[in-house]
Ligand binder design. Structure first.
Ligand code: PEP
Length: 222
């Protein structure tokens, strides 16, 4: 079961202390680009927070799959709701990034999820259908269901809401589905106990070594 920590644009914890605290626990960390090399060198399973579709080119501010692979980075998060909300990323772009990263040999966590307004308007399944439709099954692809209203808000989907959405996503695409949205050490067990919750994408709580290790331990015991 994958438990991935998204450090977002925070510097994050000390990589060597985190590596030591994790021991043999399976984990993924997605630090800011400036700390990728250090996290790889510390022996952490390291993903980038985004990746472009081209191998190189005039794409200021972007990073190419071969550049990540050359650093020893093993995968990338794609389509995070903060990228969609604040930086205009589209389903089409998410599809291109995902396909190129997979073709290059990276693992991909592709994020999907509805906003609060979309959920209240009864549009959750339509949104998920649209976001998942651009992805193709691949052995190195996992989807993260991250309801936007639960990200960084302290509001967590109930285990029932998560389970229902995960089962729906899996009916569309047969890949593991991680849950993301205010996962903390004290709610991880009930979320990860749901049959179709295959792991977690953890934001804020992954910045704290003890909290992240606790969630990884819960994940590994499933
Ligand atoms: C995330 O960044 O993907 C996330 C789920 O954040 P948080 O855990 O802080 O809600």
């Amino acid at each position: 079961m994958t438990v991935a920590g998204n450090w977002k644009m925070y510097d994050g914890p000390d990589s060597h202390a985190l590596r030591a605290a994790l021991g043999d626990l399976p984990h993924v960390v997605a630090p800011p680009y400036t700390r990728l090399r250090e996290c790889v060198d510390a022996g952490l399973t390291t993903y980038a927070q985004n990746v472009h579709w081209a191998d190189e080119g005039a794409f200021t501010g972007e990073i190419a799959p071969p550049m990540l692979l050359a650093l020893g980075v093993e995968g990338a998060i794609v389509g995070h709701s903060e990228r969609r909300q604040y930086f205009g990323e589209t389903d089409e772009g998410v599809a291109r990034r995902t396909a190129a990263a997979l073709a290059a040999g990276l693992n991909v966590i592709a994020c999907v999820g509805e906003t609060e307004e979309q959920r209240e308007a009864g549009e959750t399944e339509d949104v998920l259908r649209r976001q998942v439709a651009v992805l193709e099954r691949h052995e190195r692809l996992v989807v993260a269901y991250e309801p936007v209203w639960a990200i960084g808000t302290g509001k967590t989907a109930t285990p029932e809401i998560a389970q229902e959405a995960h089962a729906f996503v899996k009916s569309l695409l047969d890949v593991p589905v991680l849950y993301g949205g205010s996962v903390k050490p004290d709610n991880a067990a009930e979320l990860l106990a749901q049959p179709d919750v295959d792991g977690a994408l953890v934001g804020g709580a992954s910045l704290d070594i003890d909290g992240f290790v606790t969630i990884c331990r819960i994940g590994s015991s499933r």
